[in-house]
Design a protein around this ligand. Structure first.
Ligand SMILES: O=P(O)(O)OC[C@H]1O[C@H](OP(=O)(O)OP(=O)(O)O)[C@H](O)[C@@H]1O
Ligand SMILES: O=C(O)c1cc(=O)[nH]c(=O)[nH]1
Length: 223
């Protein structure tokens, strides 16, 4: 079914944050930091991959995402929904189903054998592609996926994610300079607000996470 009900973005953001917390997708570890796709070390990790195991939650989030993207980009703006390897693939399938559009996926690198492809499925010249991913931090992976899509002669001017870090001011400009608009459901600020309101985690943990989020480039693990 194509979702047509339009909920306020602020409500979607708070509900999405609640769902991520409910399923234990939000991880903090300052002493043994996580390495992100960018190579940066961080005390935070949001594992949106867990969402696929929760049918009610994933269905609600995908309804939200489709409504949000169509509201911003247009109701007839796309011909093909592409998922980014790997976490983006299941969400792209769910979005493609809702929008009644073909689905493809993009590999991080050419396969190395067989067709040596980066795009799997059928993507044709001139198609307007929506890149679907689980989340974005600094946007680096999105640029690579978008370039692979454009190499086919298709266009890609929009990417949609569930979660956006919103801590590096250059992420949106970096994507914008590449001709890509970012659509997302919630950010760290929604998760932090929800976690404080519910009393998830202790205040000291949330304060130290907030300190990282406010100055990620100067963050170092505690001695
Ligand atoms: O670089 P950004 O655009 O900010 O997004 C961060 C990327 O990190 C994660 O993928 P990861 O490289 O961990 O691979 P996976 O999807 O195979 O787990 C996530 O799925 C994004 O693709
Ligand atoms: O930037 C990343 O690689 C990244 C960060 C994060 O919190 N979660 C994730 O899956 N990837």
């Amino acid at each position: 079914m194509i979702p047509t009900s339009h909920i306020e973005p602020a409500v979607m953001a708070r509900l999405a944050a609640r769902m991520l917390l409910d399923i234990g997708a939000v991880h903090f570890n300052a002493r043994d930091p996580f390495t992100h796709a960018s190579g940066n070390k961080a005390p935070t990790y949001v594992d949106c991959r867990k969402l696929i195991s929760y049918p009610r939650i994933r269905a609600t989030l995908m309804d939200f995402l489709v409504a949000k993207v169509m509201g911003a980009a247009g109701f007839e703006a796309f011909d093909n929904i592409a998922g980014g390897e790997t976490a983006g693939i299941p969400f792209a399938a769910l979005v493609a189903d809702r929008m009644a559009l073909p689905m493809t996926y993009v590999r991080k690198k050419p396969k190395g054998y067989g067709r040596n492809a980066r795009i799997e499925g059928v993507m044709t010249e001139g198609q307007r592609v929506l890149l679907v991913e689980d989340m974005t931090t600094d946007g680096g992976s999105k640029l690579s996926f978008v370039d692979a899509i454009r190499d086919t002669g298709a266009s890609c001017a929009h990417t949609a994610v569930i979660f956006y870090y919103d801590i590096y001011p250059e992420t949106v400009t970096r994507l914008g300079d590449h001709g890509v608009s970012l659509h997302y459901l919630c950010t760290w600020w929604d998760v932090l607000a929800e976690a404080r309101a519910r009393g998830d985690f202790d205040t000291e943990t949330l304060d130290s996470v907030e300190a990282y989020l406010r100055a990620p480039k100067s963050w170092t693990p505690p001695a």
